[in-house]
Write a protein that binds this ligand. Structure first.
Ligand code: UDX
Ligand code: UDX
Length: 432
């Protein structure tokens, strides 16, 4: 099928490439000409494992443009994957989605099915359909389908090709059948539903995962008080099939482009409906505080970090991505700078994105060794494999004061004991 994908971010680009890989004829359109130029040269503008290789392998089925005429005039399906950022009040900003609607009205021909992949508040698809069709000629009324994505950054291709489910929601049976045909080669279970339920499946899933993280983080904080170990606790809980072991990893809170904005957007919507979700309010509040927990731990060792050298390992919101959106580093590092600490930071791939936001105030290092050399304290913010594999005794030999505050529980307590370091982690007893 001829498919146009709008937006070449994590969602749009990965979707486009995966659809090209099963034989669809895909055109990706983006307003960002720098991204499109890179893509035309076979280069991915984002870091995502395996994406560039797939781009090259399927280049005959996928093309890139900034030109709306080229993008929309021949499409059978138009998939919308533009960003839906949060507004200052926490609600969802749909400006980009509606700007695509205007382009579709102006440039599309025939009767393409419009598929909304972007995460949009419950009720949006119905309004979007009315908006478009009220601007189209009476004999050309377009169908709209809600089809949320569930991919995680870092494993986005696998998550798309081997997704747990494909959700298709619409008020139009023919449009549902067309979208079903697009995905059938993947052989993944397909759930058909209405617009609102489809939109809600996405929000309820992301919010539930975020809630699990805040829950386990609160339990972790309590574990420290009562002498329990969160790793053992999560392991023991995870064996229960009704609970499961995933998304029970305690740390310094969730970040990224989805959980923070989707929890706020659902809470905002629920409040507006007069049915405020108390569990989600708590999820957001716990997460906000959790990011700073490592600074509280540092206060046990130093009255102030003013003038001290602080090593920071990891800048991205999770390993496997160069994305720093809503990463704990974006909160911790400015707080450190504010107190007058000298910050040295390392990340294997996210320095380029992070340093655009903080160009001068942080010393960026190329290795973990260089980062911790002479440091008075070290904070681990992302559980990169390089950090997990790092020889723990190096902290003792290289740091001025070997105090390591691990926000991601990278090391087993048994491994750290006897290595001559002070080690604080999340939900476990300190090693001194
Ligand atoms: C996606 C979703 O679409 C969002 O709703 C979901 O909640 C998270 O994942 P993501 O792929 O991460 O967003 O977004 P981003 O990386 O910001 O990419 C969006 C792309 O759309 C950008 O390349 C941007 O240039 C493009 N864009 C934006 C357009 O082409 N047209 C516009 O009008 C606006
Ligand atoms: C998430 C969802 O997993 C995905 O289904 C949705 O489509 C987009 O949002 P992503 O943001 O890429 O994907 O990453 P994810 O792996 O879910 O992690 C999000 C955040 O939660 C990270 O900051 C991560 O460190 C944190 N996290 C995750 C934990 O703190 N503990 C866990 O057990 C799992």
């Amino acid at each position: 099928m001829k498919i146009t994908v709008v937006g070449t971010g994590y969602v749009g680009l990965v979707t486009g490439v995966c659809l090209a890989s099963i034989g669809h004829e895909v055109i990706c359109v983006d307003i960002n000409s720098r991204k499109i130029e890179l893509l035309k040269r076979g280069k991915s503008p984002i870091y995502e494992s395996g994406l560039e290789e797939m781009l090259r392998e399927h280049r005959n089925n996928i093309s890139f443009t900034t030109d709306p005429v080229e993008a929309y005039s021949d499409a059978q399906i138009i998939m919308v994957g533009v960003g839906t950022p949060e507004r200052a009040d926490g609600s969802c900003d749909l400006t980009y989605v509606y700007s695509v609607a205007d382009d579709i009205v102006e440039y599309s021909q025939g009767n393409p099915v419009i598929v909304i992949k972007s995460t949009v508040p419950i009720g949006t698809c119905q309004k979007f359909k009315k908006y478009i069709n009220s601007r189209m000629e009476k004999d050309r009324q377009l169908s709209v389908v809600s089809n949320p994505e569930f991919l995680s950054q870092g494993t986005a291709i696998k998550d798309t090709l081997h997704a747990s489910r494909i959700v298709i929601g619409s008020d139009d049976g023919d449009a549902i059948r067309t979208v079903r045909e697009v995905y059938e080669p993947f052989g993944i279970p397909i759930i058909e539903t209405d617009f609102q339920s489809s939109e809600m499946i996405k929000y309820a899933s992301n919010n539930y995962l975020a809630l699990r993280i805040s829950y386990i983080n609160e339990i972790a904080n309590l574990c420290e008080e009562v002498g329990a170990d969160i790793t053992d606790v999560a392991c023991g809980m995870g064996y229960d099939k009704r609970i499961g072991s995933m998304f029970l990893k305690a740390g310094i809170g969730y970040g990224g482009s989805c959980f923070p904005k989707d929890t706020k957007a659902l809470y905002w919507l629920s409040e507006n409906q007069g049915a405020a979700l108390k569990t989600i309010r708590a999820t957001i509040d716990v997460n906000t505080e959790q990011k700073f927990i490592i600074l509280k731990k540092a206060a046990k060792y130093y009255d102030s970090l003013k003038g001290l050298t602080v090593a920071v390992l990891g800048l991205s919101f999770k390993p496997g991505t160069d994305d720093v959106r809503e990463a704990p580093s974006l909160r911790i590092i400015p707080a450190l700078i504010e107190t007058g600490a000298k910050v040295k930071a390392w990340d294997p791939i996210a320095v380029s994105n992070f340093s655009k936001l903080f160009p001068d105030v942080v010393t960026y290092c190329r290795t973990i060794e260089e980062t911790i050399d002479g440091a008075d304290i070290c904070f681990i913010l992302t559980e990169w494999q390089d950090v997990i594999n790092f020889d723990i005794s190096e902290y003792a030999s290289r740091m001025k004061k070997p105090i390591v505050i691990d926000g991601r529980n990278c090391y087993a307590i048994g491994e750290v004991k006897g290595k001559g370091i002070v080690y604080e982690s999340i939900g476990r007893q300190a090693v001194k």
